[in-house]
Design a binder for this molecule. Structure first.
Ligand SMILES: [Mg+2]
Length: 107
């Protein structure tokens, strides 16, 4: 399988399955169709990363993109403020993503 052809949805599924196997809790805020179009019911700044991942006191907020997808200005602003807790993951980064998710728990 070539990772380069994954859609963001397929990549997300792969990330979540791997996270679950390795004991991470996760949440994904999905947009829903409303009379005004697609909306995600979250108050606050736009561009919040796609996934919240937590395990043993480690929290990651990860923006997922395809290999060619470009983060928006708002998404980049979130990642900047998140510092070491923020991630921008793409299918081509799979080796790093897998290594981080499967790293043994610290303690
Ligand atoms: Mg995304």
């Amino acid at each position: 399988m070539t990772a380069l052809r994954l859609t963001e949805a397929q990549f997300q599924q792969r990330v979540l399955e791997t996270a679950a196997i390795h004991g991470w809790r996760y949440a994904h805020f999905r947009p829903a169709r409303t009379v005004h179009g697609w909306r995600t019911p979250v108050q606050g700044y736009p561009g919040v990363p796609d996934l919240l991942l937590a395990r043993h006191g480690v929290i990651l907020l990860t923006e997922l993109k395809t290999d060619t997808g470009r983060p928006t200005t708002e998404q980049l602003a979130w990642l900047e403020q998140l510092g070491n807790h923020g991630r921008l993951w793409r299918p081509r980064d799979w080796d790093q993503v897998h290594a981080e998710l499967s790293r043994p728990k610290e303690h």
